[in-house]
Design a protein around this ligand. Structure first.
Ligand code: FE
Length: 230
């Protein structure tokens, strides 16, 4: 049997915001590889890229939390936590944070939060798999959780540090009839003039060239000049 990566792309995931703290440093990042390992006691596992700031905070702090993101979470929110580094921006300062047992919990757009103590850190190459025991968990809203497929359906991409990153072949949106799409050089979001950006007042049919100068990437917040014509 050959190795077809598309077989792995059919796998289902959720969308989570993982938070951690070590000393005075705290951060959060988007993760899709979060899952429950055992029910009794309740244990969970997460896969985090070793290059990520949050990785070191989990390793050094020994605890992590994750918020299950709601289906209604804005793309900008995912952009803030998924495509910017906590080394450059204080992401948590831009969110509603509640203090957990040991780490800050982000409650914006969250269906539920769980906080876990790290039991084991397994070296998996580019990523570390942290296995933790849930010390606290709470349902915050009755909304439906966002799935990874649902995120992709909204034109979302996996950043390079995601376990499920699909490489340069990733663009998931079907090619539009009009050729003049533009792609964000930071996160890979594609601006399609046929769709516009209605959430930010940009009507369908608006050419990229006609977007206001202060328009920014709806996913990661990068400025217009970070976009390249396709
Ligand atoms: Fe972007």
């Amino acid at each position: 049997m050959a190795m077809d990566p598309r077989a792995l792309w059919t796998m289902s995931y959720g969308m989570y915001l993982v938070t951690a703290r070590a000393g005075s440093r705290a951060n959060g990042q988007i993760a899709n590889a979060v899952f429950q390992v055992t029910a009794e006691p309740p244990r969970v596992a997460i896969a985090i890229n070793k290059a990520n700031f949050t990785h070191d905070l989990i390793r050094d702090g020994g605890w992590f939390a994750f918020s299950v993101l709601a289906e209604t979470v804005p793309m900008e929110f995912i952009g803030l936590f998924g495509f910017k580094s906590g080394r450059d921006v204080d992401k948590l300062a831009q969110a509603t944070v509640r203090e957990g047992l040991h780490v800050p919990l982000v409650v914006d757009h969250a269906v539920a939060v769980t906080e876990a103590r790290v039991l084991q850190a397994v070296d998996a190459g580019t990523h570390t798999v942290f296995i933790g025991e849930a010390g606290a968990a709470e349902v915050l809203s009755a909304g439906a959780p966002l799935t990874y497929a649902g995120y992709h359906a909204r034109n979302g991409k996996a950043p390079k540090n995601a376990p499920t990153y699909r490489g340069e072949t990733e663009p998931a949106a079907p090619a539009p009839a009009a050729a003049s799409t533009w792609t964000c050089g930071v996160c890979g979001y594609t601006y399609d003039p046929a769709e516009g950006d209605p959430a930010h007042g940009i009507a369908p049919g608006t050419r990229f060239e006609d977007l206001p100068d202060d328009w920014v990437c709806p996913v990661c917040g990068a400025p217009k000049d970070a976009f390249l014509s396709d």
